[in-house]
Ligand binder design. Structure first.
Ligand code: NAD
Length: 280
């Protein structure tokens, strides 16, 4: 039976640490403020934005919400981002993705000042991660590193396989595992022999967006399995990219869905906001 990696408990630890650091900063006269911009009213985005506001309130971080109508132009959004870049009170700026189709997400993200890029999506942040400079790291993969470290799962020298090469999960995940001295392989939709590759992994990170795709036959006995996927199954219950019931008896450690990677994403956003206020 695998050890269950409790993302809820670890996220609570991280948020409590952020709350204490925010209190200490306040004593030094430094307040923390996150600006969250949402364009349109996509229900999933609204849930995420709301959860971010709640986490800010818990950690003692001020949050400013900008809810813009769907028909906002890219130019209007960029004007707002530039205004927030110049607002001394604001430490972090987050533009909730996805943006409506008439906008170029890259053009908007590139406008965020790198020192306020708490999502870690700006090319400057991505480049800093690649060459080992300080900078903001995408929250989901940063959270996965915390899940592993705080569960005493060693990364150094381990065979790590990351399934997925997206800019927000797969690629930064691979860079972070490399920074921790893992031996890293990135698999993607054109990878051949995915099963054999996964069976070599001591640490398997699954971010492929395919419900319950990874079954027990993909797992090296005793491996740590981190499931990034979030889906609703046929009974409207949450499930991941990993078939938990078949994998759990084979793995050494595993994250559940829900209660694994999900809670870490917002906790690491809070961590990034604290870092932004400290000047990283
Ligand atoms: P994405 O769709 O951008 O990327 C999926 C990746 O999986 C691609 O690189 C693709 O090449 C790879 N892939 C697809 N099919 C494959 C196959 N058969 N074999 C090997 N590789 C394959 O997705 P993403 O944004 O990286 O998200 C992945 C999953 O994680 C989604 O379910 C998403 O909802 C979830 N997610 C969760 C959180 C969280 O906080 N828990 C955050 C971000 C994303």
């Amino acid at each position: 039976m695998a050890k269950l990696i409790d993302g809820k408990a670890i996220a609570a630890q991280v948020k409590d640490e952020c709350r204490r650091q925010a209190e200490q900063l306040k004593e030094q006269g430094i307040s923390i403020c996150l600006a969250v911009i949402q364009v349109g009213s996509d229900p999933a985005s609204s849930v995420y934005v709301n959860n971010k506001k709640k986490a800010c309130a818990y950690c003692g971080i001020e949050s400013l919400a900008y809810e813009l109508p769907e028909e906002t132009t890219q130019e209007e959004l960029i004007v707002l981002v530039k205004k927030l870049n110049n607002d001394q009170r604001v430490n972090g700026i987050l533009v909730q993705l996805p943006l409506p189709d008439h906008m170029d997400e890259n053009a908007v993200i590139h406008t965020i000042a790198p020192e306020k890029d708490v999502d870690g999506f700006h090319p400057w942040s991505v480049g800093a991660l690649s060459i080992g400079l300080p900078g903001f790291v995408s929250c989901t993969p940063a959270g996965i590193i915390q899940l592993l470290k705080r569960s005493d799962i060693a990364i150094e020298g381990k065979q790590c396989v990351v399934i997925g090469r997206s800019n927000i999960v797969g690629k930064p995940m691979a860079m972070l595992l490399l920074r921790e001295n893992g031996t890293v392989t990135v698999a993607h939709s054109r990878t051949k022999n995915l099963r054999e590759l996964c069976r070599q992994a001591d640490i398997l990170i699954v971010a492929m967006g395919k419900p319950r795709f990874i079954t027990a036959d993909y797992i090296k006995p005793g491996a740590a399995v981190i499931d990034v996927g979030i889906h609703r199954n046929e009974n409207n219950k949450l499930c991941g990219d990993v078939d938990f019931d078949s994998v759990e008896p084979v793995a050494g450690a595993i994250t559940p869905v829900p209660g694994g990677v999900g809670p870490m994403t917002i906790a690491m956003l809070m961590h990034n906001c604290v870092c932004a206020a400290k000047g990283i």
